[in-house]
Design a protein around this ligand. Structure first.
Ligand code: SF4
Length: 309
């Protein structure tokens, strides 16, 4: 029997027993919060919760440390057989831990479900889902912070997707406390699980007995993200430490990367990417660099279909 490197108990993961792994994992998350100053005293935190292992883990740990300042928030995209189940898990978890939960639906806000959009158009599910979800989340600016359950694997996938698609401006959304422009038009995001791998989060949620179905969204396998994920996992299995090196090198690089709009120019930095200035959407007033924000453009495009629902 393999024993824990800190005590004589049976090791379960990373040469640690259950108790020492939980301690290691929680310290890693709280160290990230401290080092990157993710939360200030008294901050009101909205936590995006899907009901999956990552979001329940971040919700649990934030609620443990910042009790009374944490609210859970879920979006029902309208994905039959998947989201209804994961929302039940989110609801159960919030009741169990006495955390208030706000739920909003894409159907109610935009007049159409994700399933209806996907089955009647050629649109990529994750793109539609991302645009509507980000829009709804950013509207909650009565909170100081929006915490998400993005883990190290998710971040690596985002970095590589943005590089591959030459979407350099979107690199500003990466990092434990992302953002290219400090503005009250944007709800500041934080990612406390930034340095935890998918495997570690899975082990933690399992050891903590979080009730989650571990079911993947049916659209996930069609995404570019899934293809990148498989490639990186394959590479990590051949070259140990790849994931950690990508993240650490990205964090070094991001210091020198100056992604700016007119509101936030720092000409001292060497690599610069210019974005259009952020204004208000002509239709809804929400922040955007275009005449119509992505959500209103999409809604306009889907209008004939929405009227049929
Ligand atoms: Fe939305 Fe794509 Fe995630 Fe499914 S996998 S919840 S469609 S972003």
């Amino acid at each position: 029997m393999m024993t824990c490197i800190k005590c004589k108990n049976k090791s379960v993961i990373k040469k640690l027993c259950k108790q020492h792994f939980i301690e290691y994992f929680e310290n890693k998350v709280y160290d990230c919060i401290d080092k990157y100053e993710l939360v200030k005293e008294g901050d009101k935190i909205l936590v995006g919760v899907s009901g999956g292992k990552d979001s329940l883990t971040v919700l649990y740990l934030l609620n443990k440390k910042f009790k009374n300042n944490v609210t859970a928030y879920s979006v029902d995209e309208g994905i039959a057989g998947y989201r209804d189940k994961s929302l039940e898990d989110a609801k159960f978890f919030c009741e169990q831990h006495n955390i208030s939960l706000i739920t909003e639906s894409i159907k109610h806000n935009f007049g159409i479900t994700l399933d209806q959009t996907v089955s009647n158009t050629e649109k990529k599910p994750c793109s539609v889902c991302g645009v509507f979800r980000r829009y709804l989340l950013n509207k909650h600016r009565e909170y100081d912070l929006l915490a998400t359950g993005h883990n190290m694997d998710d971040e690596i996938q985002s970095i590589l997707m943005n590089l591959t698609k030459n979407q350099m401006g979107l690199l500003g959304r990466c990092g434990p406390k992302p953002g290219i422009v400090s503005s009250d038009k944007f709800l500041q995001r934080i990612k406390p699980l930034y340095f935890c791998t998918e495997k570690e989060v899975m082990a933690y949620s399992f050891l903590m007995n979080f009730k989650t179905s571990f079911v993947e969204c049916p659209y996930a396998k069609t995404s570019f993200r899934a293809a990148i994920r498989d490639e990186i996992n394959d590479y990590e299995s051949k070259v140990n430490g790849t994931k950690e090196r990508i993240i650490m090198n990205f964090l070094d690089l991001v210091h020198d990367l100056n992604i700016y709009s007119d509101e936030n120019i720092n000409k001292d930095l060497s690599i610069s990417i210019t974005l259009n200035p952020i204004t208000g959407c002509n239709s809804c007033g929400e922040p955007t660099t275009r005449e119509l924000c992505h959500a209103c453009s999409l809604k306009k495009e889907l209008r004939p279909l929405i009227l049929m629902q």
